[in-house]
Every structure is written in C-alpha cells, then in structure tokens.
Design a protein around this ligand. Structure first.
Ligand code: NAD
Length: 490
C-alpha cells in the first residue's frame, strides 16, 4: 500500500479502509492507498499552515533552486514515472512521455518566473513617499487534481503555488494517485517538512474539509463541472480564492480550403488523444456542406486504421478509458444520438478482440444536431460527431452555441477566416492549424462554464499571489488634512 504524505513523512494516517488502484487496460488492481478521512485532511492543513510561516521567508532564489533540483530528480526517474503513469492512467506511452515533459518543464519555467519579480513600484504622490504593489503568497493551497493528466495538471498548480511561496496539500484523484506519490518520494522529498503534503481519498471525505477550512484560502481545482459547482457553493460564504478549471465541449471547424487527409489526421489527434479524455478534446466537428462527403470519407478511413490496446504496447494508438462509468457515458451519448437519427460510420461499440479493460472504439457519426446530448454535454470519450455548415459565419455561430468555452480549433490557410474565428469565438484557447498544442508562457483556461481560472504563463503565477498596496511616508509630520477640522487654518 502507498501512503499519505504529511509533514514530511509517509503515513497511513487514520484510515481503516483502503482504495484499490485499477489498471484500466486489464481491470486488475495495481496497488492501493489509504482511504483518507477528515482527520488526515486536518493534519495536513496543520502541517501546511505551520510550514508556511518559514516557507514564505525563504528567498525566491532558494525556492527556485529547490524547484530545479526537483526537475533534475524527475529526469533521473523518467522511465519509472512514465511506466507507472501508463499503468494507472491508461493512455499510450508516447502521450505519457509528453505529460512527463510538461511536468519537468513547468517546474523549470516557474522556478525562474518565481524569482523574476514580486510586484511593482508606483509613482508616489509626494517625493517623500514610496508606493509599492506587493505580490504575496496566500498561505495554504489545496490542489485538487483529476485522473486524466495526473502529473501535468498537478504541475500546472504545484509549481506556481510553490514559486509564489505557498504551502500545499495535494488531493490526487482516487483513480490515479500512484504516480503522484512516486513523484513525492523520489523527486520532492527535499522540500522542507510540511511545504508539500498529500492526502489520498474521496473528494467528499478529504477535499471538502479543505474547501470548508478557514486556514485554506486557495482552492485550485481541475475536474468536472458538477464538482466545480459544488466547491464554488461551499466556498462562497468564505470568499475564498477559487481557481476552477472545469469541463469543455470543444469544437473543431474545418474550412472549405482544407486538405481532407490533413483534416482527418488533425481531427483524429484532437478528438482521440487520451481516448478523448482531454478537457480540450475535440467533441464537435463542423465540416463545410460543399465538401462534406469528401472530408467524411477521409476521416473514416483514417480512424478505422487506429489501433486500440494497452498503453504499454508500442503498437497502441488509443488506450482504454479510465473506468467503466466513463465508458458508459460515451455509450449513452452515442445511443441517444442514434435514437434521434444519428448514423454511426465506424465504431460505436466495445472492441470484440479486447475482452478486458475499459476500451471503446473510436466512433465517427453523422446526422447529428445541437439538440443531441453528444453535441451539448461533455462526452469525454472517443466520439467524433460530424455536422455540416453552409457558411463560415454559420460555423462560428455553431461553435459559440455552447455552454462551455475552453478551447476551439480551426484548419484553414485563409487569414480572413482565421481572424474572424480567433476574435469571435468565445473560448480561452484558439488553435489554428495545430490543435491542442500548449505553451508554458501562454495562459490556459476557459470561459463560460469551463471556469475562469488560468494556468501557465504569468497569469498562472498570479492565481497563487495576493495583491497588496503599500503606501509609505518617510516624513514623520502631521498632514494638513488630519483632525481637528475646525482649527485647521479656519
Ligand atoms: P471530478 O470532478 O470527478 O474529480 C476531480 C477531483 O475532484 C478528484 O480528485 C476528486 O476526488 C475530487 N472531488 C470529487 N468530489 C469532490 C468534492 N465534493 N469536493 C472536492 N473535491 C472533489 O473530475 P474527474 O472525473 O476526475 O476529471 C474529469 C473532468 O475534469 C472532466 O470534466 C474534464 O473536462 C475536467 N478537466 C478539466 C480540465 C481543464 O483544465 N479545464 C483539464 C482536465 C480535466
């Protein structure tokens, strides 16, 4: 059994039960973690609160050195981390290698950004004064992470939180805690006691006590809309700093001028990476009416050749889904759409050859419309619904006809179409001709129901810093406008 990490020590805490971690490709248990309790959450809060007193005084340079040391250790344990991530999360090794690169580089990026500046000096009202804007850590940050990118989404929170001088409590997903525990054991053990803590368990049992606790001023969460709404409603009376990265229903528009083979590959990558379990997975595809059948044929031909299998198999393109309930959801969306008239061109079922594991065939469908759940709700699986549009203006309207606003993709060589798209689509990231490529310096996050938080870039650091204005007068003399009013030269 792997353990919690509280105040610099691995501990079983107060758990009397454990949670099994399942390999989604085989449905076998890999290992287990303690089922944490409120008591464990409180112990971690206590440790993080105590550690904050000295951590906030550690120089930015010293913090940066520790973060660089962490990334150095990560590189030494690369293969072990990637393998465990593949076993517990499921996606193919190349995708986990990419996740690993994000982990390392995010630490290096924020190590440097954290020592770059901590505010600014303003022109003061009088020469004898100094006015400063100071950026300060909040204190204890709860980092609540989902299962689809356990290390990348952790790094996007952990690295800026530490660089800004906060202490943290990590709540990994109960589905994928192992790679995070390994990371702490091998790569983060040199941070002072209590600066980094980890509590395993279910959200309601260990994360909600953090959300409700007065000594945890920041809740940084990535996960589903429903959980984000619950956290927001619990935290609202306490006016906490909420950092919410929620779901998506990203659209991909293929313009009339695009090449069908290129479109098929770009769309498949955008929709099927991590078996469609990316918050920015393409979940709605809009094709021009004039070339609809040409594009559709190319997409189906390409998707049919992709191979499903365990993430550790070198020939695997698409791994299993994370669990039975996630596969059930895609199946439901496909079934609902078919009942309302949609046509499945390929996929739409579990693969016959793989009798174990939560696999689902990549599914291309036509005859879909915006009244169907598959075009409105987050599917979070390998589904590619294709819908036709008459004009580019109509395509942009379709993209915006959605409650979410995380990302949106376009394939075109036409700059005018690209300009309209990048300006008029309501989404936090716009990808033109290169779907789902992020940049450390570029803020990532959503609009509308996708939540307004931003990770990466300077914006990602700001999420973990409070702003304070300091007004300082050097002259120790009364001001003419101070009391009493009546005697002031009247
Ligand atoms: P989830 O909301 O079920 O769980 C996320 C985390 O929250 C887990 O650690 C879970 O234990 C915890 N949690 C559950 N109930 C809680 C509660 N009541 N209080 C506090 N914490 C609680 O999400 P998931 O199924 O793990 O992840 C998939 C979702 O994440 C999808 O909706 C996806 O779109 C979203 N996601 C968003 C982004 C983004 O950046 N916007 C990135 C990746 C995933």
């Amino acid at each position: 059994m792997q353990l919690h990490y509280i105040n610099g020590k691995f501990t079983r805490g107060s758990a009397t039960e454990s949670i099994e971690v399942i390999n989604p490709a085989t449905e076998d248990a890999i290992d287990s973690v303690p089922r944490g309790t409120e008591k464990d959450a409180l112990a971690a809060i206590d440790a993080a609160k105590n550690a904050f007193k000295s951590w906030r005084r550690v120089s930015a340079n010293a913090r940066a050195e520790m973060m660089h040391e962490a990334s150095h250790k990560m590189k030494q344990h690369r293969d072990e981390i990637v393998r465990l991530l593949t076993l517990e999360q499921g996606k193919p090794v190349p995708e986990n290698e990419e996740e690993f690169e994000w982990l390392v580089n995010t630490f290096e990026y924020y190590a440097e950004l954290g020592r770059h500046e901590r505010g600014r000096v303003l022109p003061s009202g009088e020469y004898s004064q100094l006015n400063m804007v100071i950026k300060e850590p909040f204190g204890v940050a709860a980092l609540i992470v989902p299962w689809n990118y356990p290390l990348l989404l952790l790094a996007w929170k952990l690295a800026p939180a530490l660089a800004a001088g906060n202490t943290v409590i990590i709540k990994p997903s109960e589905l994928t805690p192992l790679s995070t525990i390994l990371l702490i054991e091998k790569c983060l053990d040199h941070f002072p006691e209590g600066v980094i803590n980890l509590v395993n368990g279910f959200g309601k049992e260990v994360a909600e006590p953090m959300v409700l606790h007065r000594d945890v001023p920041v809740i940084a969460f990535t996960g589903s809309l429903a959980t984000g709404q619950r956290i927001a409603s619990l935290a609202a009376p306490m006016m906490k700093k909420l950092h919410l990265e929620l779901g998506g229903k990203d659209a991909f528009v293929i313009a009339e001028d695009a090449d069908p083979e290129l479109a098929a590959r770009a769309l498949s990558y955008a929709a099927l990476t991590n078996a469609g379990q990316v918050c920015t997975s393409t979940e709605r595809i809009y094709l021009p009416k004039k070339r609809f059948s040409e594009f559709t044929e190319a997409i189906v031909a390409f998707v049919k050749d992709l191979r499903l299998g365990p993430g550790l198999e070198p020939s695997t393109d698409i791994g299993p889904m994370a669990g039975a309930i996630y596969r059930d959801k895609v199946e439901d969306h496909v079934k609902d759409a078919v009942a309302a008239g949609a046509k499945v061109l390929t996929g739409g079922r579990r693969p016959e050859k793989l009798d174990k594991g939560y696999f689902y065939e990549p599914t291309v469908m036509t005859n879909v419309n915006h009244s169907m759940r598959i075009m409105r709700e987050e599917t979070f699986g390998p589904a590619m619904p294709l819908m036709e549009y008459d004009s580019f203006e109509q395509a942009v309207d379709y993209v915006n006809d959605c409650d979410f606003g995380l990302g949106a993709c376009l394939l075109t060589q036409d700059p005018m179409r690209a300009k309209i798209f990048l300006e008029e689509v309501k989404a936090g990231t716009i990808w033109i001709n290169d779907p789902l490529t992020d940049n450390y310096a570029g803020p990532f996050g959503g609009m509308k129901l996708s939540g307004g938080a931003r990770e990466l870039g300077i914006e990602g650091l700001e999420e973990f810093r409070e702003t304070k204005h300091v007004h300082w007068e050097f002259n120790s003399a009364p001001k003419s406008w101070w009391y009493p009013y009546g005697k002031n030269g009247q």
